[in-house]
Structures are given as C-alpha cells and as structure tokens.
Design a protein around this ligand. Structure first.
Ligand code: SF4
Length: 249
C-alpha cells in the first residue's frame, strides 16, 4: 500500500527543469528528514508547534490521519479523473517518495505511467540507497533536491553520493536542485561545488529559500548571482509566486 497525502492537478510544475509544464501531482506521505532549517512553523493536529519545510503535512506523521492508503490501481483511478485530453506529466512527490522504492505498488505505478508514455518526475532528496533493476526505471526523471547544511540535517543523512551517481548514470535528464538562502550562501556554495566534484557532470539548479513571495524575493537576487558565477541554472518557485503556499494547486 502507498500512503498518499494528496493527488491534485492539472496544474503547472512550479520549479526545476520542467517549470511551467502542465502536470498532475501524486504526493506521498512520510519523509526521512524534517529540515527544521527551512523554518516553516506549523501546528500539528494536537496543537504542537514545530518547524519543517513547506510540505510539513506530508512529512510529519502527526498528519497521518489525512493520508490515504491506496494501491496502484486505486491511485491510477483517482488520477484518471483529473487527466486532460493530452499527455500530461506525472510528478511523484512527497515527503520522500523513495521511501517507497522497494514497494511493489510504487513500482507498478511508475511502470504504468512510463509505459503510458507520460513524463514521470520523481521529486526526491536522493539520500536513500536505491538500485535500478528494471528498464522502465531508466526512463524516469529524478529532480534531486539534495539537502545542504541550511536544512539543519546532519551531513551523513543528507548526502548519498552513491545514490546521486546511480541516478545520474542510469537516467538521461535527471538533475540536482538546491535550496539556497542569502544568509548561508558562502557555506552552501562550497557544499554544492564539493557535491558536483564527487558526482561529476550533472545539470544544477538553484532555488531561493522561501515559502512566501516576500521570503523568495529576499533571497532570489543573491541566488541568481551565485548561479551566474558558477554556471548553474536558476529556478524560481512559480507556485508560491502565484498561489503563495496554498495546497492542491
Ligand atoms: S527532505 Fe524535502 S520533504 Fe523532507 S523535510 Fe526536507 S524539504 Fe521537506
């Protein structure tokens, strides 16, 4: 079974390489990190105040009651009600979707959408060990948002060079994406360059930290300058610019 936090769309992909592309999102619950450094304050259903990222409701098991247990077929049926009359992209996000990599229903879902000729993106922190064992897996696009020290997660937990190499060598268009903020720019710049040295040639996108337009605006110019300096690409966070942090759009 898959624990699904939400299925929504059609909307546009708000960030990364395929920004602006019409997509349907399948958001899985659970994450192996909490990223308190991203500073989004929220209240759990029990009234506890915590900090995490902007998708805390798919990360913190305190919201588990909102997650639905679905198998591949039930998920496909729900998505089919949202499909437009063209071949839309499917984005599998979280939480951390690779927590389900060894789950049979998860693999069935990936295979189904790849074989139906959808572009399938997996949005992941790429910190878990995975191996490619099937041909359809090579057709996936991994948007690897590797976490840096500004997430406040320990380095050992967030950087998995073997997985980054496995994904970048086995798939065609996968890329790295880093969340960067003005205050930690010098430290994270060194960290990104170090990761690039170890992983080898791979496309790199930088995104400004922020869960509101004001926060994004505070960081964006510094992040753009860092991208230009290093030959990285800048990715905005379009969904936040347009819908702030509203869910399900
Ligand atoms: S790894 Fe991603 S989903 Fe998990 S807590 Fe960090 S930012 Fe959120």
């Amino acid at each position: 079974m898959l624990e699904i936090n939400e299925i929504f769309g059609p909307t546009i992909q708000g960030e990364g390489k395929l920004i602006g592309t019409p997509s349907i999102f399948i958001r899985l619950g659970k994450c192996n990190m909490s990223c308190a450094g991203f500073g989004v304050e929220y209240k759990t259903p029990n009234g506890e105040i915590k900090k995490s990222c902007d998708t805390y409701y798919a990360v913190d098991p305190a919201f588990k009651k909102e997650w639905q247990k679905l198998d591949c077929e039930e998920t496909v049926n729900k998505v089919s009600k949202l499909l437009p009359n063209y071949k839309i992209d499917i984005v599998i996000t979280g939480g951390e979707p690779l927590l389900y990599w060894k789950n049979e229903e998860f693999q069935k879902l990936l295979k189904y959408y790849v074989e139906e000729n959808h572009t399938v993106t997996i949005e992941t922190n790429a910190s878990l060990d995975i191996k490619f064992t099937q041909d359809y897996q090579r057709k996936l696009l991994f948007s690897m948002s590797v976490k840096l020290s500004n997430s406040f997660e320990p380095e050992k937990k967030r950087i998995n060079i073997n997985t980054l190499k496995e994904i970048s060598s086995k798939t065609l268009n996968s890329y790295l994406k880093f969340v960067v903020d003005k205050n930690s720019i010098n430290i994270v710049e060194k960290e990104i360059i170090e990761i690039r040295k170890k992983v080898g040639n791979i496309e790199i996108y930088l995104m400004p930290l922020g869960s509101t337009v004001e926060e994004i605006d505070k960081n964006s110019e510094t992040v753009i300058n860092m991208a230009i300096k290093n030959g990285f690409k800048y990715s905005d966070r379009l969904h936040i610019r347009i819908w702030d942090n509203k869910r399900g759009v």
